[in-house]
Ligand binder design. Structure first.
Ligand SMILES: [Zn+2]
Length: 127
């Protein structure tokens, strides 16, 4: 997700600082729309909408800086939080995949074991 291109470097580093200071509260999302309250001199409501490809489609913030049509540090802070959240999800998905791989291996071992036991039964019949 290349959202950093929408911010100048000053805003970006202040947003990053906000995120690291834990100022992004109540981060939630509905589909591709992310919401949070970012605490600056007061609490601001921030929304970021993403497209299917993860690119930013629109951002809103209740601060004056955003009102003047610019991308503010609160939006940047929200997006840092989203990025961190998605990384966490990736890790979870990775361990789920590992679990699925293990399940598959178990099944393979089980079917080999069944083949063996039926071979043994045949051997008994031939006797
Ligand atoms: Zn703002």
């Amino acid at each position: 997700m290349d959202w950093k291109k929408y911010f100048n470097s000053t805003i970006l580093s202040r947003g990053r600082q906000y995120y690291h200071e834990g100022r992004v509260k109540r981060l939630t999302h509905r589909d591709h729309e992310w919401f949070a309250a970012v605490k600056g001199s007061r609490s601001y409501n921030v929304i970021a909408r993403m497209g299917e490809d993860g690119d930013i489609e629109g951002m809103e913030c209740s601060c004056l800086y955003a009102y003047s049509g610019q991308n503010c540090k609160h939006m940047a802070a929200l997006l840092y939080a989203v990025e961190a959240d998605q990384k966490e999800n990736d890790v979870q998905t990775e361990s789920e995949l590992a679990q699925q791989r293990m399940d598959k291996e178990d099944k393979v071992i089980f079917s080999i074991w069944r083949m063996r036991s039926s071979a043994v039964r045949w051997a008994v019949c031939l006797h």
